[in-house]
Design a binder for this molecule. Structure first.
Ligand code: ADP
Length: 287
């Protein structure tokens, strides 16, 4: 789950803190909005906007970009912590030790470590987006939203996107922002796979259908490069792209599993890859 990705880092920072910070420079619990205001990269903004609007916005940035911007944002305070820790050691080992300087640098360490903690907290808030963010939605509407948002990207990638949606699907209880991110990531990967695929048709197909009384499923199929290992791609930091982060699919799977669904990959016949995710039908579990 996403907790597996982020909580260890959070507790690492928290438990390694030598003493309690005198005061926080920012609120520890940040909402999506304050995260946006805080400008953790620009990647979040379109996604956040997309949460309140249904059309006329640019596509949400991919999770990989989001991740990159957050890592970038965290690098600065962490580098400052290390620099100040070294300075603090020097003040303490001076002869005589300069306690006042050491105290000042220790204060800076606390401040910068807090900033990092705040960023992680914000990230957790984003990914934990509690269940109150979920509402009944028609998955086909979400798919159509994403396809509209990604129309330019598909054109640039010269991908022919076919959409095959089953009519009359029952609603699913989802966090639209997160499921939209899953779709963006899968479709973007599919388009990129066409680039490296070389031959074959430049087709991507997005399908929705019911797979059981209590589940529906969404498939993103491409006729691109294909996969050697259908499990490895979900491992964090596995990437074959020169500028890839290798975190997108890991996060996608976490989001889907947080919705009590499953996400997997399989080879498509005769070429390409099929990513499939399931979601429970709203209310089906209770009946
Ligand atoms: P990134 O796109 O940053 O590499 P992802 O986690 O989204 O990170 O994907 C990990 C890897 O999985 C990609 O680098 C690529 O090798 C492989 N992959 C993902 N989607 C596809 C696809 N549709 N076809 C072929 N390979 C894919």
């Amino acid at each position: 789950s996403l907790d597996e990705i982020w909580t260890p880092r959070q507790s690492l920072v928290a438990s390694d803190r030598p003493f309690s910070p005198p005061k926080r420079i920012r609120q520890p619990e940040m909402t999506m909005t304050s995260l946006t205001n805080m400008s953790v990269g620009t990647a979040l903004r379109p996604a956040d906007r997309a949460a309140t609007q249904t059309s006329g916005v640019s596509p949400p940035a991919s999770l990989a970009e989001l991740y990159a911007s957050i890592v970038h944002e965290m690098n600065q305070p962490l580098a400052a912590v290390i620099a100040n820790a070294h300075a603090c050691q020097r003040w303490l080992s001076a002869d005589p030790p300069n306690m006042e300087r050491a105290r000042l640098t220790a204060e800076r360490i606390v401040r910068d470590a807090n900033s990092t903690l705040d960023i992680i907290g914000a990230l957790c808030t984003l990914f934990r987006r509690d269940r109150s963010e979920r509402s009944a939605a028609n998955i086909n509407d979400v798919i159509m939203d994403v396809c509209r948002l990604m129309a330019d990207e598909s054109r640039t990638g010269r991908a022919e996107v076919a959409i095959e949606l089953s009519v009359g699907l029952p609603p699913v209880l989802i966090d639209r922002v997160l499921i939209r991110q899953v779709l963006v990531n899968l479709i973007r990967n599919a388009i990129e796979a066409l680039e490296s695929g070389g031959q074959g048709s430049r087709r991507v197909c997005i399908r929705s259908h019911r797979v059981a009384t209590d589940r529906l499923c969404v498939e993103v199929i491409d006729w691109g490069a294909g996969l050697d290992d259908v499990e490895r791609v979900f491992e964090p930091f596995f990437t074959t792209k020169p500028k890839g982060m290798g975190i997108g699919l890991t996060i996608c799977r976490s989001i889907v599993e947080a919705h009590d669904g499953r996400l997997w990959a399989q080879s498509n016949d005769p070429v390409g890859t099929r990513f499939v995710f399931t979601l429970p039908i709203r209310g089906a579990a209770q009946t």
